[in-house]
Design a protein around this ligand. Sequence first.
Ligand code: 5RP
Length: 224
Amino acid sequence: MDRKRLAAEKAVGYVRDGMMVGLGTGSTAYWAIRELGRRVKEGLSIRAIATSKQSEAHARRLGIPIVSFSDFESIDITIDGADEIDDRLQVIKGGGGALLREKIVASASNELIIIVDDEKPVNQLGAFPLPVEVVPFGSELTLRRLQALGCRPVLRQQEDAPFMTDNGNYTVDCHFGQIGNPVELHAEINAIVGVVDNGLFLNMASRVIIGRADGTVTERLRQA
Ligand code: 5RP
Protein backbone atom coordinates (compact mmCIF):
# COMPACT_ATOMS: atom_id res chain seq x y z
CA MET A 1 0.00 0.00 0.00
CA ASP A 2 1.05 3.62 -0.57
CA ARG A 3 3.28 4.81 2.32
CA LYS A 4 1.23 7.96 2.83
CA ARG A 5 -1.98 5.97 2.89
CA LEU A 6 -0.55 3.58 5.49
CA ALA A 7 0.26 6.45 7.84
CA ALA A 8 -3.08 8.15 7.20
CA GLU A 9 -5.19 5.09 7.92
CA LYS A 10 -3.26 4.39 11.12
CA ALA A 11 -3.94 7.96 12.27
CA VAL A 12 -7.65 7.73 11.55
CA GLY A 13 -7.69 4.75 13.92
CA TYR A 14 -7.33 7.27 16.77
CA VAL A 15 -10.58 9.04 15.87
CA ARG A 16 -13.54 8.10 18.08
CA ASP A 17 -17.26 8.68 17.96
CA GLY A 18 -18.28 12.22 18.89
CA MET A 19 -14.88 13.80 18.21
CA MET A 20 -14.23 17.18 16.63
CA VAL A 21 -11.57 16.53 13.96
CA GLY A 22 -9.19 18.87 12.10
CA LEU A 23 -8.60 17.89 8.48
CA GLY A 24 -5.17 18.59 7.01
CA THR A 25 -4.17 19.46 3.46
CA GLY A 26 -2.02 17.67 0.90
CA SER A 27 -1.56 14.25 -0.65
CA THR A 28 -1.13 12.45 2.71
CA ALA A 29 -4.05 14.22 4.40
CA TYR A 30 -6.08 13.27 1.32
CA TRP A 31 -5.90 9.62 2.40
CA ALA A 32 -6.92 10.48 5.95
CA ILE A 33 -9.99 12.35 4.73
CA ARG A 34 -10.84 9.45 2.46
CA GLU A 35 -10.59 6.96 5.32
CA LEU A 36 -12.64 9.22 7.61
CA GLY A 37 -15.29 9.41 4.90
CA ARG A 38 -15.38 5.64 4.73
CA ARG A 39 -15.83 5.37 8.49
CA VAL A 40 -18.53 8.06 8.50
CA LYS A 41 -20.44 6.00 5.94
CA GLU A 42 -20.10 3.06 8.35
CA GLY A 43 -21.70 5.14 11.11
CA LEU A 44 -18.85 7.05 12.79
CA SER A 45 -20.26 10.31 14.15
CA ILE A 46 -17.80 13.22 13.97
CA ARG A 47 -17.70 16.90 13.12
CA ALA A 48 -14.77 18.36 11.22
CA ILE A 49 -13.05 21.60 10.27
CA ALA A 50 -10.79 21.76 7.23
CA THR A 51 -7.46 23.55 6.74
CA SER A 52 -8.12 24.43 3.08
CA LYS A 53 -10.94 24.90 0.62
CA GLN A 54 -9.66 21.83 -1.23
CA SER A 55 -9.84 19.57 1.84
CA GLU A 56 -13.22 20.99 2.79
CA ALA A 57 -14.62 20.20 -0.65
CA HIS A 58 -13.17 16.68 -0.48
CA ALA A 59 -14.69 16.07 2.95
CA ARG A 60 -18.09 17.40 1.94
CA ARG A 61 -18.14 15.11 -1.10
CA LEU A 62 -17.60 12.17 1.26
CA GLY A 63 -20.39 13.23 3.62
CA ILE A 64 -18.15 14.36 6.50
CA PRO A 65 -20.03 17.09 8.44
CA ILE A 66 -18.08 20.38 8.26
CA VAL A 67 -18.61 23.02 10.95
CA SER A 68 -17.18 26.49 11.60
CA PHE A 69 -15.17 27.92 14.49
CA SER A 70 -18.35 29.30 16.07
CA ASP A 71 -19.62 25.75 16.55
CA PHE A 72 -16.95 24.36 18.93
CA GLU A 73 -14.44 25.28 21.62
CA SER A 74 -11.58 22.98 20.73
CA ILE A 75 -10.57 20.23 18.35
CA ASP A 76 -9.92 16.73 19.69
CA ILE A 77 -7.56 15.52 16.96
CA THR A 78 -6.09 17.10 13.87
CA ILE A 79 -4.47 14.86 11.26
CA ASP A 80 -2.14 16.62 8.84
CA GLY A 81 0.91 16.01 6.66
CA ALA A 82 4.35 17.67 6.78
CA ASP A 83 7.27 18.53 4.53
CA GLU A 84 10.05 17.84 7.06
CA ILE A 85 10.14 16.52 10.59
CA ASP A 86 13.09 16.29 12.96
CA ASP A 87 13.84 14.02 15.92
CA ARG A 88 12.20 16.44 18.37
CA LEU A 89 9.00 16.42 16.28
CA GLN A 90 9.59 19.97 15.07
CA VAL A 91 7.97 20.33 11.69
CA ILE A 92 8.08 22.31 8.46
CA LYS A 93 4.69 22.60 6.77
CA GLY A 94 3.18 24.69 4.01
CA GLY A 95 4.46 22.96 0.89
CA GLY A 96 0.82 22.68 -0.16
CA GLY A 97 0.20 26.37 0.47
CA ALA A 98 -2.10 26.03 3.48
CA LEU A 99 0.21 26.78 6.41
CA LEU A 100 -1.82 29.56 8.01
CA ARG A 101 -5.11 27.67 8.23
CA GLU A 102 -3.16 24.56 9.21
CA LYS A 103 -1.49 26.42 12.07
CA ILE A 104 -4.74 27.99 13.26
CA VAL A 105 -6.41 24.57 13.34
CA ALA A 106 -3.35 22.90 14.93
CA SER A 107 -3.23 25.59 17.64
CA ALA A 108 -6.82 24.76 18.62
CA SER A 109 -6.19 20.99 18.73
CA ASN A 110 -5.69 18.83 21.79
CA GLU A 111 -3.71 16.41 19.65
CA LEU A 112 -1.89 17.06 16.36
CA ILE A 113 -1.05 13.85 14.54
CA ILE A 114 1.45 14.35 11.73
CA ILE A 115 1.36 11.72 8.99
CA VAL A 116 4.32 11.31 6.64
CA ASP A 117 6.15 8.83 4.46
CA ASP A 118 9.69 7.77 5.33
CA GLU A 119 11.27 10.50 3.17
CA LYS A 120 10.12 13.30 5.48
CA PRO A 121 12.13 12.66 8.69
CA VAL A 122 15.45 14.60 8.73
CA ASN A 123 18.30 15.20 11.18
CA GLN A 124 18.07 18.96 10.77
CA LEU A 125 15.27 21.09 9.33
CA GLY A 126 15.89 23.40 6.39
CA ALA A 127 16.70 21.42 3.24
CA PHE A 128 13.03 21.89 2.38
CA PRO A 129 12.47 25.60 1.63
CA LEU A 130 10.54 27.14 4.53
CA PRO A 131 7.16 28.51 3.32
CA VAL A 132 6.23 31.95 4.63
CA GLU A 133 2.79 33.49 4.06
CA VAL A 134 3.03 37.23 3.36
CA VAL A 135 0.49 39.88 2.46
CA PRO A 136 0.79 41.03 -1.17
CA PHE A 137 1.18 44.74 -0.27
CA GLY A 138 4.87 45.53 0.09
CA SER A 139 5.87 41.96 -0.66
CA GLU A 140 9.03 43.09 -2.51
CA LEU A 141 10.21 44.72 0.74
CA THR A 142 9.13 41.72 2.80
CA LEU A 143 11.20 39.44 0.52
CA ARG A 144 14.29 41.61 1.06
CA ARG A 145 13.78 41.44 4.82
CA LEU A 146 13.46 37.66 4.65
CA GLN A 147 16.67 37.52 2.60
CA ALA A 148 18.45 39.50 5.34
CA LEU A 149 17.78 36.53 7.66
CA GLY A 150 20.12 34.44 5.51
CA CYS A 151 17.88 32.70 2.99
CA ARG A 152 17.17 32.85 -0.73
CA PRO A 153 13.49 33.83 -0.87
CA VAL A 154 11.45 32.72 -3.89
CA LEU A 155 7.93 34.02 -4.48
CA ARG A 156 5.84 30.94 -5.23
CA GLN A 157 4.29 31.00 -8.70
CA GLN A 158 1.32 29.27 -10.27
CA GLU A 159 0.67 29.57 -14.01
CA ASP A 160 2.93 32.63 -14.42
CA ALA A 161 1.30 34.56 -11.55
CA PRO A 162 2.01 34.59 -7.82
CA PHE A 163 0.37 31.63 -6.06
CA MET A 164 -2.54 32.88 -3.91
CA THR A 165 -3.38 31.17 -0.64
CA ASP A 166 -6.99 30.57 0.44
CA ASN A 167 -6.53 33.76 2.49
CA GLY A 168 -5.61 35.93 -0.51
CA ASN A 169 -1.92 36.10 0.44
CA TYR A 170 1.37 35.16 -1.24
CA THR A 171 3.74 32.36 -0.24
CA VAL A 172 7.51 32.92 -0.16
CA ASP A 173 9.64 29.75 -0.15
CA CYS A 174 12.76 30.53 1.87
CA HIS A 175 15.80 28.43 1.00
CA PHE A 176 17.87 28.30 4.18
CA GLY A 177 19.66 25.02 3.47
CA GLN A 178 19.72 24.28 7.17
CA ILE A 179 17.97 25.78 10.16
CA GLY A 180 20.17 25.70 13.25
CA ASN A 181 17.79 27.38 15.68
CA PRO A 182 14.14 26.96 14.65
CA VAL A 183 12.78 28.79 17.72
CA GLU A 184 14.86 31.90 17.04
CA LEU A 185 14.15 31.83 13.32
CA HIS A 186 10.41 31.46 13.87
CA ALA A 187 10.40 34.59 16.03
CA GLU A 188 12.62 36.58 13.65
CA ILE A 189 10.47 35.78 10.62
CA ASN A 190 7.18 36.55 12.33
CA ALA A 191 8.58 39.87 13.58
CA ILE A 192 8.80 41.13 9.98
CA VAL A 193 5.87 43.43 9.20
CA GLY A 194 4.00 41.93 6.26
CA VAL A 195 4.64 38.34 7.30
CA VAL A 196 1.46 36.58 8.36
CA ASP A 197 3.08 33.36 9.60
CA ASN A 198 5.70 30.80 8.66
CA GLY A 199 5.73 27.03 8.21
CA LEU A 200 7.68 26.14 11.35
CA PHE A 201 5.29 24.20 13.61
CA LEU A 202 7.22 24.09 16.88
CA ASN A 203 6.13 22.02 19.88
CA MET A 204 2.78 21.38 18.23
CA ALA A 205 2.93 17.78 16.96
CA SER A 206 2.06 15.30 19.68
CA ARG A 207 2.40 12.17 17.55
CA VAL A 208 4.11 11.41 14.24
CA ILE A 209 3.11 8.40 12.16
CA ILE A 210 5.52 7.30 9.45
CA GLY A 211 4.50 4.98 6.62
CA ARG A 212 7.47 3.00 5.33
CA ALA A 213 8.35 1.50 1.97
CA ASP A 214 8.47 -2.00 3.49
CA GLY A 215 4.79 -1.67 4.43
CA THR A 216 5.34 -1.05 8.14
CA VAL A 217 4.22 1.96 10.15
CA THR A 218 6.16 3.52 13.02
CA GLU A 219 5.04 6.09 15.55
CA ARG A 220 6.88 8.71 17.55
CA LEU A 221 5.42 10.52 20.51
CA ARG A 222 6.50 13.94 21.74
CA GLN A 223 8.35 13.70 25.04
CA ALA A 224 6.63 15.64 27.81
C1 5RP B 1 0.18 21.81 3.05
C2 5RP B 1 1.12 21.04 3.89
C3 5RP B 1 1.23 19.58 3.62
O1 5RP B 1 0.83 18.90 4.75
C4 5RP B 1 2.66 19.26 3.30
O2 5RP B 1 3.06 20.06 2.20
C5 5RP B 1 2.85 17.79 2.97
O3 5RP B 1 2.17 17.49 1.78
P1 5RP B 1 2.07 16.02 1.23
O4 5RP B 1 1.28 15.22 2.20
O5 5RP B 1 1.37 16.20 -0.10
O6 5RP B 1 3.47 15.47 1.05
O7 5RP B 1 1.75 21.54 4.77
O8 5RP B 1 0.29 23.18 3.29
